[in-house]
Design a protein around this ligand. Structure first.
Ligand code: XMP
Ligand code: MG
Length: 179
């Protein structure tokens, strides 16, 4: 991975500790509530798998897949549902789990979409936040790490579908995508 990794931004140990903290907050905040945790594929897969195992209250899970990025590193702005939830969500408390908030376009769309289906509440949990790139003022209710404006890979995040399996978050060498 030395060929593509510029530097490690968030280590495996730091991710683990933060996910435990997030799970504890969520467990406290949603105690006694009917919580559905919705992972946004594919980027949230790794974070979601770790996060749900740190939640200490009964929950259910579901997934959506949306597209906002193509093969490159720039957001197109267009959001399309590629896979929808399996069930209706009326009266349920929804926690959207995302890998990263960048421009906020994806989450803005998802928040409106899920609220319009009659959910009791819709909140957002992300492992990474890149606030400097925001186009729509959205703040995640739960966030792991605020990161600078650099393209990152690992812990679910890809470059052209590669590197999602890396157990840490790393900055991709600019020469990889400027080629
Ligand atoms: P928006 O701009 O809608 O973006 O907030 C959210 C989605 O964009 C992708 N994204 C990234 N993916 N490295 C990635 O691998 C990055 O640095 C990055 N920044 C944004 C990601 O899929 C996220 O769900
Ligand atoms: Mg992606």
């Amino acid at each position: 991975m030395e060929q593509v990794v510029e530097r490690i931004l968030v280590s495996e140990a730091d991710l683990k500790a933060k996910v435990k903290e997030l799970g504890e907050s969520i467990s406290t905040d949603y105690a006694g509530k009917d919580l559905l945790v919705v992972g946004i594929l594919k980027g949230a897969l790794v974070f979601m798998a770790d996060l749900i195992r740190s939640i200490r209250i009964p929950i259910q899970i579901d997934f959506m897949a949306v597209s906002s990025y193509g093969q490159g590193t720039r957001s197109s702005g267009a959001v399309r549902i590629l896979k929808d939830l399996d069930r209706a969500i009326e009266e349920k408390h929804i926690l959207i789990v995302e890998d990263i908030v960048d421009t906020g376009l994806t989450l803005n769309y998802l928040l409106d979409n899920l609220k319009s289906r009659g959910a009791a509440s819709v909140k957002v949990c992300t492992i990474l936040d890149k606030p400097s790139r925001r186009k729509i003022p959205i703040t995640p209710d739960y966030n792991g790490f605020v990161i600078p404006d650099e393209f990152v890979i690992g812990y679910g995040l890809d470059y052209a579908e590669d590197y999602r399996h890396l157990p840490y978050v790393a900055v991709l060498k600019p020469e990889v995508y400027s080629k």
